[in-house]
Design a protein around this ligand. Structure first.
Ligand SMILES: [Zn+2]
Length: 194
């Protein structure tokens, strides 16, 4: 089979993605086929949009996740003007701030990222080991145990100006096991209701 010869389902896939308001380039990225291959099959099946058709769908175009992440990466490398930085940080505050609907009691993407880091897993383990895997409230040994933060994790992140994962690694108070206590799930829930 030659490299450019595609199966019927692969061709259908290309056409479906392209017809769904994706550009040739995005279709190529999503399907992992060469741009030239994508173009060839779109032409073969008379699916290629005219220039004016392309222009008319552009404003409503839905970006693929892949495309979004690519834009994110390239924007990071650009040097931004002070004005743009302010605008971006305002937008971010609106998105993640306390006034926003996305506010989930401090569970921001950064918060989540740190919680899933190996550094945090290490911290949890250290707290468990110090407490002999025993709930410090009711004495349950083993089972579903949690490392409870005496001072909220999210407040520590805020107070210490932790803005990214590197900041978090360097932030010693975040990893002080004195701020942690082993609780079983039931006691942990009670602790948060108080
Ligand atoms: Zn307990």
């Amino acid at each position: 089979m030659s490299k450019n010869k595609l199966t019927t389902s692969e061709i259908e896939n290309i056409i479906n993605i392209y017809v769904n308001r994706n550009s040739v380039k995005d279709t190529s990225t999503i399907t992992r086929k060469n741009v030239s291959t994508v173009k060839k099959y779109l032409n073969l099946h008379n699916k290629m949009r005219t220039r004016s058709e392309s222009a008319s769908i552009r404003p409503q175009r839905v970006l693929s996740e892949l495309h979004k992440s690519r834009i994110g990466l390239s924007n990071k490398d650009k040097i931004r003007s002070v004005e743009t930085i302010e605008k971006l940080s305002m937008a971010k505050k609106e998105r993640y701030g306390e006034t926003s609907n996305n506010w989930k009691g401090g569970i921001t993407p950064l918060n989540n990222l740190i919680r899933h880091s190996s550094k945090n897993k290490e911290w949890i383990k250290e707290v468990f080991e110090r407490d002999d895997y025993t709930c410090q409230e009711c004495g349950q040994v083993g089972g579903n145990l949690n490392s409870h933060h005496k001072i909220l994790f999210s407040s520590l992140i805020k107070k210490n100006n932790v803005r990214n994962i590197n900041d978090s690694i360097k932030c010693e108070v975040l990893w002080n096991i004195d701020n942690g206590v082993t609780l079983c799930e039931k006691c942990h829930r009670c602790e948060h209701k108080r």
